[in-house]
Write a protein of this length. Structure first.
Lengths: 258, 98
């Protein structure tokens, strides 16, 4: 096909796409107009039904908790997949080079040292990041937050330790076995909360814990807070696992190429 | 359920409508510009940094459109986690090429 012919096909396709796109835009509700009933219903009933003042968390962990279990396991399977593939590659590399350790001195010479400024900022940020992450994980029921965001922020704290130039410290504070176990406990805990409800003769993921007396208190909202906690564990561990597996790859190749 | 159980959504602060519109349009334009930059920049390492900036702007966009939950997710995943994974991958590929 000639370039000119290709261009005509492209022009025709883009014109068709633009036409359908504009057609679709015409049918949209006006900017800022929400036509559906569900959001308004949730806003009206969520606080009274769940004692959680964060309606988004109430939807995520209560009304549509079953969807969130699925999302949770998507991340779990993704992290497991990364770990399986990369660990397999690491075994191959170790066999090919006959062991992976003993090159630390050479490695130190080849890698440019972390600058004092980055080290300083990373160390200063680590503590506040842990507090922020933990606050997000434990306040899903009261504020716009939740286990997912909090878990990623917690994982960021560990990555900051690595950024401060402490790869060994990073490995010490997040040993792979412990990270694996925490991820499994988080993902399994979420499912277990649901199954506990079934064992009590209730539908899966029914909020079987006491809702507390004050809407928006940390102790309120029953299983919403508990599920957010488990999600925080699972997500934080999954991110640490993915990043540390990839760091291992980068460092191993650095050694293997010598 | 009685009426006393209904808790009205109270916003403790108000932003003048016109100002909010200006903010929203400004951030939308910035996001479009940043997205274009990500595509236009051809050096992968710089592209990742541009992607991170784009992630931060997108987080601001969600905040301006009153979705703080999504802001937090976007900030952590789009501006931090995704660029880190991409940078690590780049580091790995670059070593292999040498």
């Amino acid at each position: 096909m000639t370039p000119a012919g290709r261009r005509w096909i492209f022009v025709a396709a883009i014109a068709g796409l633009a036409a359908f796109y504009l057609w679709g835009l015409v049918g949209l509700p006006g900017f800022g107009n929400y036509p559906g009933p569900y959001g308004d219903i949730i806003n009206r009933v969520a606080v009274a039904q769940t004692n959680a003042t964060a309606a988004v968390s109430a939807v995520n962990f209560e009304y549509r908790g079953f969807d969130t279990v699925g999302e949770e396991f998507i991340l779990f399977v993704a992290a497991t997949g990364v770990a399986v593939v990369l660990r397999h590659m690491r075994d191959e590399r170790e066999r090919a080079t006959g062991g992976e350790h003993g090159d630390e001195a050479d490695e130190g010479r080849r890698v440019p040292a972390t600058s004092g400024a980055i080290r300083m900022v990373a160390l200063i940020m680590t503590g506040p990041t842990v507090v922020m992450g933990w606050w997000l994980v434990s306040h899903a029921q009261t504020d716009p937050s939740g286990g997912f965001q909090g878990g990623v922020v917690l994982a960021t704290a560990f990555i900051l330790i690595y950024l401060a130039g402490q790869f060994l410290a990073f490995e010490r504070v997040s040993p792979v076995d412990v990270t694996d176990a925490v991820e499994a406990v988080g993902a399994g805990g979420f499912a277990a909360v649901g199954i506990t409800a079934v064992a009590m003769g209730l539908p899966y993921l029914t909020n079987f814990l006491g809702l507390g007396t004050t809407p928006g208190a940390v102790s309120s909202s029953g299983t919403i807070a508990l599920i957010s906690f488990f999600v925080g564990l699972a997500v934080g561990a999954a991110f640490i696992l993915i990043v540390s597996e990839m760091l291992d790859q980068a460092l191993l190749l650095r050694q293997g190429s010598q | 359920m009685t009426a006393s159980h209904l808790i009205a959504v109270v916003t403790p602060y108000t932003v003048p409508t016109g100002l909010m519109d200006v903010l929203q349009v400004t951030v939308l334009v910035l996001v479009a510009a940043a997205a274009t930059m990500v595509v236009v920049i051809r050096v992968p390492a710089r592209q990742v940094i541009a992607l991170s900036v784009y992630g931060i702007l997108l987080a601001v966009l969600f905040l301006v459109f009153q979705a703080p939950d999504v802001t937090l997710s976007e900030l952590t995943v789009g501006a931090v986690a995704l660029p880190i994974l991409l940078l690590l991958t780049l580091a790995k590929i670059r070593r292999r090429e040498k």
